[in-house]
Design a protein around this ligand. Structure first.
Ligand SMILES: C[S@@+](CC[C@H](N)C(=O)[O-])C[C@H]1O[C@@H](n2cnc3c(N)ncnc32)[C@H](O)[C@@H]1O
Length: 348
């Protein structure tokens, strides 16, 4: 690690090392648009292990060649002329929000403060339901509402086809990661991830990135995988909107999957905890792209800088909880080393 780091810092400004620089993880993360403000760093104070050389850091997911982009004529955005209108149910980006009452009494008093004039005030307060996922005022602005955090419901954001401005407050994930992350060597679970700044409950951390592939390709990769741990640990199905009755044929079939094993961002190194501090949400921009929704990590509680970031790989209880009670099955199961008081004992 030391040697590779030296090579990067002392030689990678030289000409003619293109092939070597392409494989260098520090060179890869240096190309991120966010590098100067929210850098990714890699540290290993445990041993000499390096991140595997066939891994490549990417800032965004990439689509496999056989996944067609959505045709332009199907893309639609909202027509809210004023950004503040993108919080209410007349913003078409919010038309599919599941919970009608996301105006949940949390301290978010923009209705009162936005406008004077009695009719306008009455209209805002009683006729329009606030539907979007984030707080819009006060110290929690841009953080996911507590009700949303608990629900796990998908997040619908404004996006590039919308008329609202890039400053619209319904564009949190779209704006990208705004915390510096550090990939560090843990004592017993390989690499892990932490932030070098405090993170607040409800704050967006980053997306899970990887290669977006078809279900058939994912099945082929599972079958061919030789890694000791499950290949599934790197594969996320984009199935939040899968529905056999959907009018969109892309949502009727088996979902696309994201493979982050060899191409991904820093979140691919986040370990599991049975008492996690992050939760993963489906985030949709254009409604025509539901089949290719983002996977966005948000903090479920305040996280002090330096605390390892974790999420629950199996989303709480699953079949392995029952298997863990069976000594026969325990032999084939992977022990969980999260160390939390709520540890269920096994990963799967
Ligand atoms: C997505 S990777 C996370 C990054 C990984 N630690 C690394 O070094 O690349 C998942 C793998 O990390 C390890 N891991 C993650 N959480 C763990 C936990 N709570 N207990 C034991 N191993 C864990 C397991 O080997 C698992 O297959």
């Amino acid at each position: 690690m030391e040697q590779a780091m030296r090579r990067h810092f002392f030689h990678h400004s030289e000409e003619g090392l293109d092939a070597e620089k392409k494989r260098c993880h520090w060179c890869q993360i240096r190309t991120f648009a966010t590098h100067s403000r929210y850098p990714i760093t890699i540290v290993n104070n445990e041993d000499d292990t390096m991140i595997q050389s066939n891994f490549r850091f990417m800032e965004e997911s990439i689509r496999a060649d056989d996944i067609e982009p959505t045709r332009k004529e199907f893309l639609t955005g909202c027509e809210c002329k004023e950004d503040k209108d993108c919080r209410y149910d007349n913003c078409t980006c919010l038309q599919d929000v599941e919970d009608e009452s996301s105006d949940d009494g949390d301290d978010d008093s923009d209705i009162e403060s936005e406008e004077d004039g009695s009719f306008e005030q009455w209209y805002r307060k009683y006729e329009r339901k606030k539907k979007y996922a984030y707080y819009s005022n006060g110290p929690k602005v841009g953080h996911l509402r507590s009700k949303m955090l608990a629900s796990g419901n998908p997040i619908y954001e404004c996006h590039e086809s919308c008329i609202c401005s890039p400053d619209c407050s319904n564009r949190v994930v779209e704006r990208g990661r705004q915390v510096p992350l550090q990939i560090f060597r843990t004592g017993n679970r390989g690499w892990g991830v932490r932030s070098t700044v405090d993170i607040k409950k409800g704050q967006f951390v980053d997306k899970y990135m990887g290669e977006i592939i078809t279900a058939e390709e994912a099945a082929r990769r599972r079958a061919q995988s030789h890694i000791a741990q499950k290949k599934d640990v790197y594969l996320f199905a984009l199935d939040k909107f899968s529905n056999p009755d959907s009018f969109d044929e892309r949502l009727r079939g088996p979902p696309l999957e994201v493979d982050g094993e060899f191409i991904s961002g820093p979140t691919r190194f986040i370990n599991h905890s049975c008492d996690p501090n992050l939760r993963i949400f489906a985030r949709v921009g254009d409604h025509a792209d539901k089949h290719i929704h983002d996977l966005a990590f948000f903090a479920v509680r305040d996280i002090p800088r330096g605390e390892e970031l974790t999420f629950d790989y199996v989303g709480g209880v699953d079949d392995s909880d029952m298997d863990a009670l069976d000594p026969e099955k325990q032999r084939d199961m992977t022990r969980c080393l999260c160390g939390s008081k709520k540890c269920r004992g096994y990963l799967w």
